[in-house]
Ligand binder design. Structure first.
Ligand SMILES: Nc1ncnc2c1ncn2[C@@H]1O[C@H](COP(=O)(O)OP(=O)(O)OP(=O)(O)O)[C@@H](O)[C@H]1O
Length: 236
């Protein structure tokens, strides 16, 4: 499903963020990516949806190489991958419904399909009754639910999340995890970079630990494994 083969990433300023990553993630897996600040987690995630291109190596998602694909075909490959960020990235002037529908309008789905899929997805994330609200009329947790709905409405096989609970209070973060579990139960592969020790140690899943751009641990039902930075303030 997701395969990273000897992936290296050196940024133009010379920083070597990934130093030979090999990873294989099966369909329907849920994987946490953990590690200290600056370890390379975001770079790992960004390479996975081709926001960054590896300097060397290959990434294969659902049988398609992300490094060999032609520039103009990148949007098509990206449709295989939903992405959720720490800061939601919603369009402020559009309603909840419109923010989610947008993802289907760009791929020219019919209005009937759009309505059905958007309402189904809003129901999944528990926001059916807030379809007409604007993002700033919602709580942080609700905004993150909208952002999740937007990233899964076209049913991508892979959902990638970079610190999705980073801006949320602990109770709200647990609610977001329930949504992710539901999405995994539907067969979607979920990869989530996080500093949230409590979540990783409670909802036990595969844990990939990155340090200095290398995988230093890969455990089936792993633990967070770091004491010093349970919930650091993000540097992004
Ligand atoms: N666009 C960039 N240009 C140059 N260097 C970068 C860039 N993005 C990240 N880096 C560097 O690459 C290294 C890995 O950064 P990355 O953001 O992947 O770490 P991280 O594990 O996600 O950290 P955090 O937990 O703080 O978000 C760091 O040394 C960082 O300074």
């Amino acid at each position: 499903m997701i395969e990273m083969i000897d992936v290296w990433k050196t940024y133009p300023n010379g920083v070597m963020a990934l130093n030979g990553i090999d990873v294989h993630i099966e369909k329907g897996d849920f994987v946490y990516v953990v590690g200290p600040s600056g370890a390379g987690k975001s770079t790992f995630i960004k390479c996975m949806f081709r926001q960054e291109k590896p300097t060397k190596g290959d990434i294969i998602i659902n049988g398609k190489s992300l490094t060999k694909v032609k520039e103009r075909k990148i949007p098509y490959v990206r449709r295989q991958i939903g992405v959720v960020f720490q800061d939601f990235k919603l369009l402020p002037k559009l309603s909840v419904y419109e923010n989610v529908a947008f993802a289907l309008e760009v791929i020219e789905q019919s209005p009937k399909v759009i309505r059905r899929e958007v309402m189904e997805t809003l129901e999944l994330v528990g926001l059916k009754n807030k379809a007409r609200f604007l993002p700033d009329e919602l709580s942080g947790g609700e905004q993150q639910r909208v952002s999740i709905a937007r990233s899964i409405v076209n049913k991508p096989p892979v959902l990638i999340a970079d610190e999705p609970t980073g801006n949320l209070d602990p109770d709200t973060a647990w609610g977001i995890m329930e949504v992710f579990e539901e999405i995994t139960n539907r067969g979607t592969t979920v990869v989530m970079a996080t500093h949230n020790k409590e979540i990783v140690n409670t909802i036990k899943k595969r844990v990939i630990a990155i340090e200095g751009g290398r995988i230093v641990r890969d455990e089936k039902r792993g633990v967070y494994g770091y004491e010093e930075d349970a919930n650091p303030i993000s540097t992004h």
